[in-house]
Each structure stands twice: as structure tokens, then as C-alpha cells.
Design a protein around this ligand. Sequence first.
Ligand code: ZN
Length: 214
Amino acid sequence: MTTIRHHITDDLLMGYAAGILPRAFDLVVATHVSLSDEARARLSSYEAIGGAVLDDAGEADLDSNSLEKTLARIQGMPMREPSHNRGRGIFPGPLYSMAGGDPDDIKWRSLGMGTKQCILHSDKDASARLLYIPAGQAMPQHSHRGTEMTLVLQGAYRDESDRFARGDIEIADQDMKHTPVAEAGQDCICLIATDAPLKFSGLLPRIAQPFLGI
Ligand code: ZN
């Protein structure tokens, strides 16, 4: 049983229910929701509200380009978890589908010091990646140019704000500078969505950044 202490915010759940999040954030929310009964309950209430609003809208006058907008929306539709896909191991269904397997099947790319990543999706709005941090290892200190949303899948890490374990969500923004450190005992695997490159404090990570796409 996963005990989640850091829950997702209402605005992200509403954005997910409305289908307006970038695909990378959509993946993180879908994965969190499949780990959290609490988030799933809140999400279904937002989906019910959305349905009621649509029912009330009746036959509204459509503006001239509404068809194009609708088609664009459909093409950009975030993926939804097929109900039969329950995932395997530490990857819940939505992530298992996107990653094409479990952690052993992932084509990890080394970031040095035993840390590694795999970019699962990247477009003009945001990117989603898996990050593997060996137990006890620290990530370079960094701040953020946009929003960074981290979901822990295995192990746990600590930073200046708190401790985060499986199912927990951390949202970092421009105001936050942190140094995540994986806890001793078990290697930490996280799913992360960002909508802008990170800002590293140290010279070496800054030099490596363009090559690593982080
Ligand atoms: Zn960060």
C-alpha cells in the first residue's frame, strides 16, 4: 500500500480533467492518479463537473474556426490509460505504456556519478523523463526556469523542502532552488515533467546540460 504524503494540486487535476495539460505533464498526472485513490476521487469529481458544464451549455453558437480548434484538440489529446493496462512492477499502467516496458527495458543514458535518465517524450511545450538516482547520491543543485513536476516511483529522496517517496509529487518553480538527494537503502527512480530547462548552480552540470537535454 502506497502512503502518499504529497498530493497533486487542484489546478493540475482540473487541467488534466479538461485535457489541456502538455502531454509530458499529462503523463505524470495520469501516473500519479493511478497510484492515489485520493487523487482519483478528486479527479472524478472534476470530470463530473466538466460533464455537467457541457450538458448545460446546450447548443451554443459556434465561432467560425471551432471545427479547426476541435480537430487540433483531438490531435493533441493526451493519452488516457486503457482500463485493462494495470502496469507492471513499479510502473503503473500509463507509464508502462509510454515507456514500453519496465525499468529493465529502459534505454537509460548516463548522467555521471551513477545517475541516468531516459527522455520519454519531448515537444515544444514540455518534456517527460525518467531519472535514476543511486541510493545516497545527490543531484546537482539547481533552480528552475519554469515548472518541474516530480513523481517518485521507487525509493525516496530528500531536498531542502521535505522527503518524497513512492507516489509523492513535488512541484518546483522559479522560486525554488534545491539539491535532491536519494535516500540510502534503495535506488530512487522518478518521473519528471519540465516546461523549461533547469538552471544549474555548478559549472560542470551547466557544461553538460546542452548534451543531456535537461
Ligand atoms: Zn528541481
